[in-house]
Design a binder for this molecule. Structure first.
Ligand SMILES: Cc1cc2nc3c(=O)[nH]c(=O)nc-3n(C[C@H](O)[C@H](O)[C@H](O)COP(=O)(O)OP(=O)(O)OC[C@H]3O[C@@H](n4cnc5c(N)ncnc54)[C@H](O)[C@@H]3O)c2cc1C
Length: 414
């Protein structure tokens, strides 16, 4: 099967590249082995939350210029980041997603599932963050937990809100539907609760909330467990302001971003090979000539260009062997500390060198193999070396901006 570009991986990086290319009229295919980090996304995207000294970034433009030269943002060039960030946001909006961000080009605060204020670039509308808190009619909130739901921490969130100067109380709600779900502990997950809080289940939930004696001037802070298509009904029955806070595990905001991007790609005519793991590749004179998957028998997938967006350790884009970090599918070079003893530092909360491991690329994100850049194979997103996305809070930004940079370059050269 032949395409203009084949993308390996359907996470934020792969989907961004695929949508951008499909919007330009290219025939694209995405090959996806399984679920991506996007399904666990909190609904907030980080671009660069912490600088090299691990201080919260207040001046993003300055912090970008201070990154080491092997960082993906340095390869893009600090000057190119703002326009790519705008392009990324516009792409998400074309997928039907609405975001809050700060009015200038800096970070805003959002709340994490553990109730900590962290810097973010974009936050899905409806989630608790600096600007949605500012929109609350009074500086008073009521955080409402669900009985037996362990992926949400109302007391931590309330403590952070109080520290930020809001009056805040904690409540717990229960309904017969939630009780039924709790019969099996493994069912008490955001996605299962969302299925329960539909139609009459949601109305019963709103009725129980009303019985809680929550002060009338408090905005409710609820876990993200209600489908956005149900919000109008919920609003009608509840008749008071509410916001959502993210949960741990597979999250509703993450699923909604994933679904919105998949729908957009399909609308544009893109093809997705779901559940296919790329398991081999052929090369000829520093060019990739085709890839195979575990489900296509002898049929190869062939394209002019290939984008490798297989993610980091979490998605098996990288693997840790006893003495080396490897990219297990395409045989690409990996930048990583040589000795295992150099992977980690004793300070548990300090920077861990292994986290910056990733596929080696040239300045245009062309992946290297045996020291040479493969002319039609690019690597994007968290599989790249040079960024420590957890420590920097840069995961979504690196994923989207490197994907757009590569897609734009493919479009320009075709
Ligand atoms: C659990 C978790 C939660 C996170 N939450 C946030 C957040 O809330 N906000 C934020 O800014 N950042 C978050 N991050 C950081 C995250 O890494 C980036 O935001 C970004 O989503 C990474 O996207 P990616 O496309 O590079 O990789 P991934 O999302 O890991 O996607 C890689 C994809 O490649 C596929 N794949 C792998 N190997 C193959 C193969 N051989 N063949 C075919 N397909 C393959 C995988 O199945 C997967 O679909 C989180 C990371 C993790 C691990």
């Amino acid at each position: 099967m032949r395409f203009d570009t084949i993308i390996i991986g359907a996470g934020l990086a792969g989907m961004t590249a695929a949508i951008r290319l499909a919007e330009s009229g290219a025939k694209v295919a995405v090959v996806s082995a399984g679920r991506s980090a996007l399904l666990f996304n909190t609904g907030s995207f980080g671009l660069l939350g912490f600088d090299t000294a691990h201080n919260k970034v207040n001046d993003r433009a300055k912090a970008l210029t201070e990154l080491p030269e092997d960082h993906p943002y340095s390869k893009i060039g600090a000057g190119g980041i703002p326009s790519l960030a705008d392009e990324a946001r516009a792409l998400l909006e074309r997928c039907g997603l609405a975001f809050r961000c700060s009015s200038n080009w800096n970070n805003h605060d959002r709340i994490s599932p553990l109730g900590i204020f962290r810097p973010a670039w974009l936050t899905l509308d409806g989630l608790i963050c600096e600007s949605t808190l500012a929109d609350m009619p009074y500086r008073r909130a009521a955080v409402v937990g669900l009985a037996g739901f362990l992926d949400f921490y109302p007391r931590f969130i309330a403590a952070s809100l109080r520290k930020a100067g809001y009056e805040c109380d904690v409540f717990t709600v229960d309904t017969p539907d939630l009780q039924a779900l709790r019969a099996s502990e493994t069912e008490m997950r955001a996605v299962n609760i969302e299925r329960t809080l539909h139609g009459y289940g949601l109305i019963r939930f709103a009725e129980e909330l009303k019985k809680l004696n929550i002060p009338s001037d408090a905005t409710l802070i609820l876990p993200s467990v209600i489908d956005k298509d149900e919000l109008e009904i919920f609003n009608q029955f509840l008749r008071r302001p509410f916001l959502f806070a993210p949960t741990l595990g597979v999250s509703l905001p993450g699923i909604s971003i994933h679904n919105a991007m998949v729908s957009r790609l399909k609308e544009l005519g893109g093809r997705i090979f779901n559940g296919h793991r790329v398991n081999g590749a052929d090369y000829e004179d520093n060019r990739l000539t085709g890839v195979t998957t575990d489900k296509l028998d002898d049929d190869r997938l062939v394209a002019d260009n290939y984008i490798f967006a297989a993610g980091s350790f979490f998605s098996h884009g990288l693997m840790a062997e006893p003495d080396s970090i490897v990219e297990p599918v395409l045989g690409l070079d990996v930048d990583a500390p040589q000795e295992r003893s150099a992977w980690f530092t004793p300070d548990l909360f300090g920077a861990q060198p292994v986290m910056k491991s990733g596929v080696a690329t040239d300045g245009d994100f062309k992946a290297k193999r045996d020291g040479k850049a493969i002319t039609n194979l690019y690597a994007v997103g968290s599989v790249l070396s040079g960024a420590d996305s957890v420590r920097e809070d840069s995961g979504a930004g690196v994923a989207m901006l490197t994907a757009l940079r590569v897609a734009d370059s493919i479009i320009k050269h075709n």
